[in-house]
Design a protein around this ligand. Structure first.
Ligand code: ZN
Length: 623
């Protein structure tokens, strides 16, 4: 099995659905001589995790070759600062028959990693077709996802399958009892569902490498809520929300006689906007419940270990992923989230990972970033920058991303020193219009992608606003989205009225209206003292926002100055940290020398092409 194929497929989806320039190349074809092995030793910062994925097995027959490659490459990885090696742990390669656990294959990998001074990250996969043991796959306890588009069954276990939870618990208990005492594990990554293991519903074709275990299967982007357990779960959820059918009929504009008559449905069959939003709330909520079950179970058996929930995609509503909720769920058990959607473009990577970084800090979950597949040699530093500038604890590369090209390896060795635990200082947030994305699809990320070249900011989704997220920021930018829940507008207005919050909006963009179609509250919001409205053309809006923020007294002086500097420079990206440090990423193909004054001190750094520069200026004045 080639794990990178998984990434390429996801990359293909991202490419089609959202991203545009996402097609990275995975380095040159010729392996380098290994500069790290030749003696250069770098280290990443204390408390960070640099994990390399690759060297996986799909059967016992792969093991010998994998061990030989690992023996050859581990010293070089260690010299490049790698702290851990990650492998897929497939349920079917461990529980060979019901109740019979055999860890001998993975023991040899984990022990070899450990003996050469690198920790192990097991990626535990239960649910995706390629990891399901034969004895379960064909048993009456197997319940697979069924799509609403065709009513056809997939080969992936449904998260509504009531029999699956017991198997996850048993597996985790046995796995932890075996590996915890060995002291080999750096963190545990949970592969809970979907085609590959991410906390999203099936989203790619079932004809790739994941079909090698049980054959080709029905799979595509869509809504996978057609099995009988899913339908019953939806009915229970509706009954719990509405209590009596008359209330549901009033909100949905329907005439259902009983909850038990309601089936799951596609958007085209939704009787009303509210009905569709309910369907999506339940669909997403089911994914969150499933993630919460896994995280709690893992925490029970791994009381001290870092645990990451694996997630991916771009927040498309059909994926069922609410990255804010996934962070909240992870934080509730002192866990973290790994997001696996990066490519080679820094603004794309920023737009795809910033929700996790913002929500992780709000709720208290740690987080790590992984590429969906190939990463160009030049982008090795950009990925390091995004992780450290976002406050990530963990950074993942596939082996080929760094070690299959001397240029990539060189770039990594230069960048490694910058990867350490940092606390970004971010006083400005961009409103993430969740409800609008649910109704209209994921078309929002182009805004943060473009805005990032002006300045650094976080995301605030409607769920994060509900959970008090506005308190962390001084200004909120509205840039896109038309439909919003009324409670979100109420909270934003209250924040402006009573907590000095500043909202910035474009007066020439369409107003935000409630799901019920009312724009009164938005107009009231723009009339409060805390609102700044640009009356210029929409094309100049981001420039207006940057200029406004650079002069906004409510922001601290260092934030204002960095926004003023960042918005003047194209393809230079700035991040400010709580300790006063500034990091700059240069995405120009040549070195840039630039003189500027920050907090009264003149600097004239040369920032290397596709490289990183750090100030280490301590803040002279903070407000
Ligand atoms: Zn289908």
């Amino acid at each position: 099995m080639n794990v990178r194929e998984r990434g390429f497929l996801i990359t293909a989806i991202l490419f089609l659905v959202i991203v545009g320039e996402q097609r990275g190349v995975s380095g040159a074809e010729t392996p380098s001589e290994g500069k790290a092995a030749a003696g250069r030793i770098v280290k990443v910062g204390e408390g960070t995790q640099l994990t390399i994925g690759d060297f996986d097995i799909s059967s016992a027959a792969d093991l010998q070759g994998v061990l030989e490659r690992l023996k050859r490459e581990l010293p070089r990885m260690k010299a490049a600062g790698v702290t851990s090696h990650e492998t897929y742990v497939r349920w079917n390669l461990v529980e060979t028959s019901l109740g019979k656990f055999d860890f001998s294959l993975y023991d040899q990998i984990a022990e070899l990693d450990h003996s050469l001074g690198i920790k192990w990250v097991p990626f535990i996969i239960i649910g995706p077709a390629y990891a399901t043991p034969d004895w379960f796959y064909s048993s009456k306890h197997s319940v697979k996802y069924v799509c609403l588009e065709h009513g056809e069954e997939s080969a992936i276990e449904s998260l509504w399958n009531p029999h699956l939870r017991g198997h996850v618990s048993r597996f985790m208990k046995e796995f932890a009892a075996h590996y915890e005492p060995m002291g080999v594990i750096e963190s545990v990554l949970l592969g809970i569902t979907g085609n590959y293991g991410e906390a999203i519903y099936p989203a790619t074709s079932g004809e790739d490498w994941t079909s090698r275990t049980h054959g080709k299967y029905h799979s595509h982007p869509g809504y996978w809520a057609g099995d009988q357990h899913a339908v019953r779960s939806f009915q229970r959820w509706l009954k719990n929300k509405y209590r009596d059918i008359a209330s549901l009929n009033r909100d949905w504009k329907t005439n259902h006689r009983d909850f038990s008559r309601i089936k799951t449905f596609l958007r085209k069959d939704a009787p009303s906007t509210r009905a569709w939003l309910d369907m999506l709330d339940w669909y997403r909520g089911s994914m969150n419940d499933w993630a919460a079950f896994w995280m709690k179970t893992a925490r029970k058996y791994f009381p001290q270990t870092n645990i990451y929930l694996c997630t991916g995609g771009d927040g498309n509503p059909m994926h069922g992923s609410d990255f804010g909720e996934q962070c909240r769920v992870a934080a509730s058990v002192y866990g973290g989230v790994r997001i696996t959607n990066e490519g080679s473009s820094y603004p794309d990577n920023f737009s795809l990972t910033r929700w996790i970084a913002s929500a992780g800090r709000l709720y208290g979950a740690y987080y790590g970033f992984e590429p969906a597949g190939g990463v160009s040699p030049a982008a090795v530093a950009a990925r390091c920058y995004n992780a450290t500038a976002s406050g990530a604890r963990q950074l993942h590369y596939y082996f080929g991303n760094i070690f299959m090209s001397s240029q990539a390896e060189d770039n990594w060795l230069k960048s490694a020193q910058f990867f350490r635990r940092r606390e970004p200082k971010v006083e400005v947030a961009l409103f993430y219009p969740q409800t609008d994305i649910e109704l209209g699809g994921q078309d929002f990320l182009r805004y943060p992608r473009a805005l990032r070249d002006f300045f650094d900011f976080d995301y605030l989704s409607e769920g994060m606003i509900r959970d008090g997220g506005l308190k962390r920021y001084k200004a909120l930018i509205i840039a896109g989205g038309h439909t919003v829940e009324i409670t979100t507008l109420r909270r934003i207005r209250a924040w402006c009225l009573w907590e000095g919050g500043i909202v910035i909006a474009s007066g020439t963009s369409a107003p935000l209206v409630t799901v019920e179609g009312d724009d009164t509250l938005y107009r009231l919001l723009l009339d409060t003292d805390g609102a700044i409205v640009d009356q210029g053309p929409r094309e100049g809006y981001f420039r207006f926002v940057a200029k406004t923020l650079a002069e906004l007294p409510v922001l601290s002086r260092d934030t204002r100055e960095v926004i003023a500097l960042d918005s003047k420079t194209d393809n230079l990206y700035w991040t400010l940290f709580e300790d006063g440090e500034i990091l700059i990423l240069n995405q120009n193909p040549k070195d840039v020398t630039w003189g500027f004054t920050f907090l009264g001190k003149y600097m004239r750094p040369t920032i290397p092409a596709y490289g990183i520069w750090s100030s280490k200026v301590s803040a002279i004045s903070r407000q």
